[in-house]
Write a protein that binds this ligand. Structure first.
Ligand SMILES: NC(=O)c1ccc[n+]([C@@H]2O[C@H](COP(=O)([O-])OP(=O)(O)OC[C@H]3O[C@@H](n4cnc5c(N)ncnc54)[C@H](OP(=O)(O)O)[C@@H]3O)[C@@H](O)[C@H]2O)c1
Length: 338
């Protein structure tokens, strides 16, 4: 099969290598083989290829990308949930059902081989059926970015309610899903970006004119958030920025609000005491499990949410997709067709 690998010790996109590999062979008990048709990029994939992901640079050649979708072409002994021909997306975390109870799930695209290959073997518990009417390219955007956004909004702490206000930082994959889920839940969304032209693209998604903030031009953007909410603040911050934006996120909160801590894009000192007088809470988010994925798909089906895909690249141009993401001129998701 055709695949890409990020070699051991990789420090950048120039190391991404197309390879021919043997097909993975028959799936073991409880496993399924998926013919992958599309994969999508997350910020994490830049960290992996640059050797900056948790744990440092790769210690073995690894097929990259955690997120993908395709059709099941073989099932192993005992598989009951999935049939040959099913159209599925993988879950970010793969949990060995025969492994010890409570074991930490491992993740695709590092340390496990990921989706940038024509075939992958996954646990049957590690795939979900596609949302109604979704093609593989759309479905490939969901496993990491969308589930993370869903978890931060709907699972961590109290779920978003109609009339709430939600702040999303930047216009990347997680933030754009958060925007769409929050709007579907009846919430108001305030969005920041480095770019006015990106902010202008949010109006059709239901973000009001006065609810967009250019964080480059307005570095004290939390003051704008407070102004836009009449001094009250927002109920939820989807914190994709990291410790460098966290204090401003805390300051943006309303009494009783919550921050979903997701991102690692910036670094700085943060002060959790800013939460205290507001009875506010901070939730660590690490993507989410299959149950969250399935709940999210149910909501996608009811609300007919489609992912915001900036661009789809052919398999042969995977390195160009990585470079395009690194350049930062996209909004939403980038997909590679396989
Ligand atoms: N904890 C988890 O489970 C989890 C899951 C998924 C992602 N993440 C993390 O969440 C972050 C976003 O991931 P992603 O895949 O959505 O990224 P992405 O699609 O690559 O988007 C990144 C976007 O972040 C925005 N950005 C950059 N610097 C910023 C800053 N200082 N303040 C506000 N926004 C900024 C930019 O938007 P503009 O160009 O509009 O400014 C950029 O396009 C990353 O740090 C990633 O590692 C964590």
């Amino acid at each position: 099969m055709r695949a890409y690998i990020v070699p051991k010790g990789s420090t950048g996109i120039e190391h991404l290598q197309p390879v021919e590999r043997p097909d993975p062979g028959p799936p073991g008990p409880g496993q399924v083989t998926v013919r992958v048709r599309a994969a999508s990029l997350n910020y994490r994939d830049q960290a992996v290829i640059a050797g900056r992901y948790v744990g440092g640079s790769l210690t073995r050649d690894t097929v990259p990308l955690s997120d993908g979708a395709g059709e099941v072409i073989a099932i192993g002994a005992g598989v009951a949930r999935v049939r040959v021909g099913d159209r599925v997306a993988g879950t970010f975390m793969q949990v060995d059902p025969a492994g010890p109870a409570g074991a930490t799930p491992t993740t695709l695209g590092s340390p496990l081989d990921g989706m940038l290959a024509e075939q992958i073997v996954l646990y049957e518990s590690g795939v979900v059926p596609l949302p109604e009417g979704y093609g593989f390219e759309e479905a490939a955007t969901l496993p990491c970015a969308a589930v993370t956004a869903w978890n931060a909004l709907m699972v961590a702490g109290r779920a978003v309610r109609p009339g709430d206000s939600v702040l999303v930082l930047g216009t990347g994959g997680v933030s754009m899903f958060a925007l769409q889920f929050a709007r579907a839940a009846g919430a108001r969304v305030i969005a920041t970006s480095s770019s006015d032209s990106k902010l202008a693209r949010l109006a059709p998604l239901g973000v009001r004119d006065g609810d967009v903030i250019n964080y480059r031009r307005t570095p004290d953007w939390e003051q704008e958030v407070l102004r836009a909410t009449g001094g009250r603040g927002v109920d939820v911050v989807v914190e994709t920025g990291g410790t460098g934006t966290l204090n401003r996120s805390f300051s943006s909160l309303a009494t009783g609000g919550k921050v979903g801590l997701i991102g690692v894009l910036t670094s700085g000192d943060s002060n959790p005491y800013l939460l205290m007088r507001k009875h506010a809470s901070l939730h660590g988010i690490f993507v989410g499990d299959r149950t969250m994925f399935e709940q999210m798909i149910a909501a996608i089906n009811v609300n007919r949410i489609r992912p915001l895909i900036d661009r789809v690249f052919p398999f042969e141009e995977a390195a160009a997709a990585y470079r395009y993401q690194l350049a930062g001129s996209f909004i939403g998701k980038l997909v590679i067709r396989i």
